[in-house]
Design a protein around this ligand. Structure first.
Ligand SMILES: C[S@@+](CC[C@H](N)C(=O)[O-])C[C@H]1O[C@@H](n2cnc3c(N)ncnc32)[C@H](O)[C@@H]1O
Length: 356
């Protein structure tokens, strides 16, 4: 005991530092919850119009002053807004991230989706003991909407201008008129972006989750592309059609129970000179190389959502959201793909091209 006590005394500073770090993480989780409130009630948009007292912001948003005052103080302490002389201001740079849905810097979807993921904590912790999974469809619906909001600005920024041109010969085919499947399409953000950019091509989005497909259909109608986009409920191992020129998987292969089975199905559904565009979360091959802020985000969501989602399906390979290119290549090679290369990347995405 005495030795342990002496050891703790030598660790005094390290303990204090860790308590600070841990409490900062607790504060971050609480801030996340308050950001979701600010987003839902339009508080950021209203504050972006000009600095305000709590009473003024409450009047602008139809809310009550006492709640708003406490929320603003929490936001000021977190560094989201500034405070001086009784007035609160949303700095212009923060307003971009907290109000502009189309900006690649928008973080609202991340907060909405990740706070929704936390609501599955109870089910996931049971899975740790039983080994059973938690299906994507078993999550709070804010996860589906939040993930789409989180990813869409990145797809807007990169998909048409960088990722498609990085694939051999695909842009020309899409311009002429190609057959495209977007598998695990969720709410269809990527499908709709491609359909807008390539009006001569025909697109079909598949996802096993019915409510996501219904929303995707509504969004295609609203975007005016319903003439060239269909959305159908189908699993990645069984989606219909063949001779596709392009099959795309955006951030979903690792969520699937049987990614090798899905890859085999892609191979037989592609035209002989077709291309599989596989976008997965950015990761290096070794754990040590992923211990950074991006890895922290992805390993965490992988523990709460992606790994349980895969374990809930047949085979349950559970690649995880930080599989890395080496592990992904193994999956693709097992399915018979021979020409695989990293077409491009962003700090958040690995973009692979695979051909039979
Ligand atoms: C992280 S979300 C990505 C959604 C969309 N691709 C995007 O980038 O916004 C993963 C998607 O994979 C779908 N999914 C999971 N397993 C699937 C399977 N076996 N077959 C088809 N879709 C699947 C989920 O329903 C979910 O919509």
């Amino acid at each position: 005991m005495a030795v342990r006590q002496a050891e703790i005394e030598t660790q005094h500073q390290a303990i204090e530092d860790f308590v600070h770090k841990a409490l900062a993480d607790v504060s971050g989780a609480l801030t996340s919850s308050l950001v979701v409130i600010g987003d839902k009630l339009g508080l950021y948009k209203a504050l972006a119009k000009g600095s305000a007292t709590p009473a003024e912001l409450a009047a602008r948003t139809g809310t009550t002053e006492r709640y708003i005052r406490e929320w603003l103080n929490a936001q000021a302490a977190a560094g989201y807004v500034t405070y001086a002389d009784g007035r609160y201001t949303l700095p212009a740079a923060h307003a971009v991230c907290l109000t502009d849905e189309e900006s690649p810097a928008c973080v609202l979807g991340a907060f909405q989706g990740m706070t929704a993921a936390m609501r599955a904590n109870h089910k996931v912790s049971e899975g740790f003991k039983s080994g059973c999974g938690v299906g994507w469809h078993e999550h709070d619906p804010d996860l589906f909407v939040g993930v789409e909001r989180f990813f869409r600005p990145g797809y807007n920024a990169h998909l048409v201008s960088e990722w498609i041109p990085a694939l051999e010969g695909v842009q020309a085919k899409l311009e002429r008129g190609a057959r495209v499947a977007d598998v695990g399409c969720g709410l269809g953000a990527s499908t709709i972006i491609l359909a807008k950019a390539f009006p001569n091509s025909k697109f079909v989005g598949f996802d096993y989750h019915g409510p996501s497909i219904e929303r995707a259909r509504e969004r295609a109608r609203a975007a005016g592309v319903a003439d060239r986009v269909r959305f159908e409920v189908a699993a990645a191992k069984a989606f219909p059609g063949d001779h596709y020129d392009l099959i795309a998987f955006f951030d979903c292969l690792h969520d699937m129970g049987d990614p090798v089975g899905a890859a085999r199905h892609v191979r037989q559904a592609l035209a002989p000179d077709g291309t599989w565009l596989l976008v997965e979360p950015f990761a290096n091959d070794r754990v040590e190389e992923n211990l950074n802020p991006v890895g922290r985000l992805f390993y965490s969501v992988s523990t709460l959502v992606c790994t349980p989602a895969s374990l809930a399906q047949e085979v349950g390979l559970a690649l995880g959201a930080q599989a890395g290119e080496g592990r992904l290549r193994e999956v693709l090679e097992q399915a018979g793909f021979t020409r695989i290369r990293r077409a491009t990347e962003t700090p958040f995405n690995l973009v692979l091209e695979a051909r039979p």
